[in-house]
Unconditional design. Sequence first.
Length: 270
Amino acid sequence: MVHKNSRPTVADIRAMKTAGRRLSMLFVTTPDEAAAAASAGVDLLSIEGQYFTPEMREAAGDCFVQIGLPYGPAGTLVTPEDYLRAAFHFTRLGGDCFYCAASLQIQKALCDNRVPVVAHVGLIPSQATWTGGFRAVGKTADSARALWDHVKRLEEIGCFGAELEVVPSGVARILCENTPLIMLGMGAGPWADAQYLFAEDVLGYTSGHQPRHAKTYRTFAAEFARLQQERIGAFREFVADVRSGAYPGPQHSVSDSETELAAFRAGLGL
C-alpha cells in the first residue's frame, strides 16, 4: 500500500481507512520527538508550522506529516491567499496535509487548490467559547446533529480529514462510519481512523492537569526536574571555579611562544 522508499500519500491514508487499519498520531515539537516517533512506527505526525523545518522533515522519516497553519489571536494568517501561500511553502518543505481551523471560505480556497485540508470538529479550542468552553460537544441530539452537518459541509468543500475532539463515543462512531473524511480522534472513543495524542502527554512532560483522553506512558517530568538540579549544580561549580581562579586552567588556554611573547613585550617597551 505504501510506495516503496517513500512515505504514505493522501491516497494511501484513504486506502488505510477503507481497509479499517487503526492509525496512530502524535503532536510533536522537536526533531528528537519526531525521530523517536518515526523509529517507533507512528503513522502520522502533527507539527505546528512554527516548528516545521527541513530538519524536522528529515527527522520525521516516513511519517505522514500534518502541518498546523496558525489561526486565531496568535496566528499570522488572515486571508485565503495568506493560507495558500503558507500551505505551498510548507508543501515545498515536505508537508503532507494541513490542519486549518479557519472559516469554511478559507478551507474551501485551500481545497479548491488541491491542498489536503484537515479541519476540526467538536471541541475546537480556538472557538470553544461558541460551544460552552473546554467541554464535550455533541452530548445532546441537537448538538450531535450540528456535528453531523459540520462534517457534511467539510465533505462538500473537499476536505481530506478532520480532527474529532472530545465527542461522545457513540456520536463519534456514527460520524466516523458515515464519512469518507479521515477522522483523527482526540478524546472521541475508539472509532476514529487515527488516535491522536500529544507527545507531552504520552511522555509525562508536565505534572499539572491532563485531559481525560490523555495517557502517560513514561514520566519525563521527574527526569526533567532531576536534570534541572544537575544544571544548577554544574552552574554553581562553574561560578565557584571562576571566583576561585580554578577556571580557566592551563588546559583551557592557548599557550604562548616565549620567544614571540618576549619580542612582543620588547616592542611595547615593557
